[in-house]
Design a protein around this ligand. Structure first.
Ligand SMILES: [Zn+2]
Length: 413
């Protein structure tokens, strides 16, 4: 039998399209689903019988947070290279001695599935402790069929072992591996015609992504991978316009991408096509900060055209060594001048849309009963702190996961 719970005496940021805020509110969950939401005084009495009641003492709740762009699964890290860069080494010098992304590729290839899991788990735990209940995880550091499979299997296993919905993305077209040096087209061939169909058949892929940029794959190569994704009815994403504008957004939107991510070099025309195609603009301020980028994504234009904006951690060892979605959110308000409400929508509703997580990122009847209870006076406080905000309670699929903070919550019946 499903358990019905009444979570009452609460303020709710629903994060629906209107960003509705409810005071003196209540939320009724029935098993893993939201059954009712509204003012406590309007609560239907017939639902009251035999329900468990939880008094949230006028705290705020938001939907469970959604981290829609991560490279969470990888082995090793690049702290040593970073220290050298701080002392004056250049990325080119480091790349020439096999550093950079290729050092992560070799570490990831050397790691067993169990080792990869053990290294990714603490990063996932950091995100869960912040209230993340849905996460996207990309492959892309294996770059052989076996090693891409290994990464995706680890991502799936994390979703089985932790209370989080994991959406996997095949990012085989992340970089050209050493064995294909100088033969990028042949590599793309393998990714599009062999690896993608094989991993799809094994049920390991929910989405497909391509790094389409000056230093990665061009639009012709990207299109071959995305066409293969479309053939398998897989939704697509795109690392677009991070370092230069080479038409990645135009290609992605033509193919109805769920999202275009980074976007520092995208222009007004790109924004218009994203809005028309209902493609989410995913901003990654942690990478922007770490790389000391100075060119900002076209925030004003995104706002003016009413684009859906998401914000994600981009957790990865090269450009965003961070496992904090709340830090990314806090940075988005400072570096990109997004409002707290824009970021809140960006780490809930719009993020869910960007990673194709249906019924997540919003508190509405019929949506998943994933939510976070915050001990804050105003909901903006969640993004005001930089590295301090922590949830008082996280509920996933209607089940309370933890109770942090000094006082336990009372179940008053
Ligand atoms: Zn990325």
């Amino acid at each position: 039998m499903k358990v019905r719970t009444i979570w009452h005496n609460v303020r709710i940021a629903t994060c629906d399209e209107a960003m509705t805020e409810l005071h003196d509110a209540a939320l009724i969950t029935n098993g893993p689903t939201i059954e009712w939401i509204g003012r406590e005084s309007d609560m239907p009495r017939d639902l009251d019988r035999e329900a468990k009641r939880v008094d949230l003492r006028n705290r705020w709740i938001t939907p469970g947070l959604v981290d829609c762009h991560t490279h969470l699964v990888f082995a090793g890290n690049r702290a040593q290279e970073w220290a050298e860069i701080l002392k004056g080494a250049t990325y080119e010098e480091i790349a020439r001695r096999g550093g950079g992304i290729l050092s992560t590729v070799s570490a990831t290839r050397r790691a067993s599935e169990a080792e990869l899991f053990d290294q990714a788990a603490p990063r996932l735990e950091s995100l869960l402790a912040e209230g993340v209940t849905t996460i996207e995880v990309k492959s892309g550091y294996g770059l052989t069929l076996e090693d891409e499979r290994k990464m995706l299997r680890v991502a799936r296993e994390l979703g089985r072992r932790y209370p989080v919905l994991v959406r996997t993305t095949f990012l085989g077209a992340h970089a050209v591996p050493p064995e294909f040096a100088g033969r990028a087209d042949e590599f793309i061939d393998a990714v599009a015609t062999e690896w993608l169909p094989a991993l799809y058949d094994e049920g390991l892929i929910d989405m497909v992504d391509v790094f389409c940029d000056r230093i990665a794959f061009d639009t012709t190569q990207a299109e071959r991978v995305l066409a293969s994704a479309a053939k398998h009815q897989l939704p697509i994403r795109m690392h677009a316009e991070q370092l230069a504008n080479i038409g990645a957004t135009q290609l992605a939107t033509r193919m109805r991408a769920l999202s275009c991510d980074h976007l520092e070099y995208s222009n007004e025309d790109d924004v218009r096509t994203m809005v028309r195609a209902q493609t989410v603009a995913v901003l990654l301020p942690t990478a922007y900060l770490h790389l000391r980028e100075t060119k900002q994504p076209p925030i004003e234009s995104l706002r003016r055209h009413g684009a859906s904006i998401a914000v994600a951690s981009d957790c990865n060892p090269g450009s965003a060594p961070s496992a904090s979605l709340l830090l990314a959110g806090a940075l988005a308000t400072r570096l990109f001048a997004l409002t707290a409400a824009e970021v809140l929508a960006g780490i809930t509703r719009n993020a869910a849309k960007a990673c194709g997580a249906e019924r997540r990122g919003m508190l509405k009847v019929g949506c998943a009963a994933d939510f976070v209870v915050w001990d804050v006076a105003a909901v903006e406080e969640v993004l005001y702190w930089m590295g301090r905000a922590a949830p008082a309670m996280v509920v996933r699929d209607g089940v309370r996961l933890n109770s942090l903070g000094p006082q336990p919550f009372a179940n008053d019946s």
